[in-house]
Design a protein around this ligand. Structure first.
Ligand code: SF4
Length: 267
């Protein structure tokens, strides 16, 4: 939760930005967020191609936006190499957030090193410890949160907006490339020399933790390569939540079993 400006002020800003974003390009949108949000603005990057475009715009334009990543400890070697190359190319550090050591030890002790394959609640527990809790710390005290979400990434995201007020976290949540297609982003990265993960060329469109990401086949939806052993409607990691703190996904198809990772979202 943000410690500075009042909630009503941030809600008004979110509504205003949602209108203004229609007329701006991504660089202009990011500059607007950096200039107008009264408090810290944080961009959380997964180092995927959308996020690399945003990182490029922030670093190249020297915008006052903090760039952070969640190192789950299970990322692909290629992702770590890209992380290093990105810091070298732009001369800026990407701040890392790590899982709490005791919670991680307890998780692995309880469900095993690859427990996520065996039960959906184990997967959510793992995402809770390795991603959701560190995300809460990454955003602590921030007034703005920048993400690389795109409207066409999955059905669960089709009713989201450019900018909204995230009531669960008490901040302005902005998606500056929400209206961009993947093809346009690929073209942008090539034209501007933005470093990208070589796995994208091998069919990994959405890249997350190594054991939970596979390449997709032609014609499959972009996020089909994430947690592919679970049903489509249950597949979100809990990082993006609605006003009540629930993950943004098909709520009519909630699993009947526990949802521990989402219940642990920081309030
Ligand atoms: S994506 Fe997989 S390995 Fe990564 S935090 Fe979630 S369950 Fe764990």
């Amino acid at each position: 939760m943000h410690d500075g400006s009042d909630t009503d002020g941030l809600k008004r800003l979110a509504a205003e930005f949602n209108e203004t974003f229609q007329r701006l390009d991504p660089a202009g949108r990011l500059a607007l967020l950096a200039e107008r949000i009264p408090g810290r603005v944080v961009f959380t990057t997964s180092l995927g191609i959308e996020d690399q475009m945003i990182t490029h715009l922030i670093f190249s334009n020297r915008l006052k936006i903090e760039v952070k990543t969640l190192d789950t400890g299970r990322l692909f070697p290629e992702t770590y190499t890209l992380w290093r190359k990105t810091e070298e190319q732009y001369g800026r550090r990407i701040k890392a957030l790590y899982p709490q050591a005791e919670a991680l030890e307890a998780l692995v002790d309880d469900q095993g090193i690859d427990g996520f394959y065996f039960a959906p609640e184990f997967r959510k527990n793992c995402c809770g410890v390795r991603k959701v809790e560190p995300l809460g710390r990454a955003l602590k005290g921030a007034a703005g949160w920048v993400t690389g979400l795109r409207r066409d990434q999955s059905a669960n995201r089709s009713d989201m907006e450019f900018v909204g007020f995230d009531a669960a976290r008490g901040l302005v949540k902005a998606n500056p490339i929400f209206d961009w297609t993947r093809d346009a982003i690929v073209a942008f990265t090539k034209e501007n020399g933005v470093p990208v993960n070589p796995l994208h060329e091998q069919g990994f469109l959405s890249i997350g933790c190594a054991p939970c990401t596979r390449a997709i086949r032609p014609g499959e939806p972009e996020r089909a390569g994430r947690w592919w052993w679970e049903e489509e409607t249950k597949r979100e990691c809990g990082l993006h939540v609605d006003g009540a703190g629930n993950p943004v996904r098909d709520l009519d198809n909630r699993p009947a079993h526990g949802d521990a990772a989402f219940e642990r979202l920081p309030q």
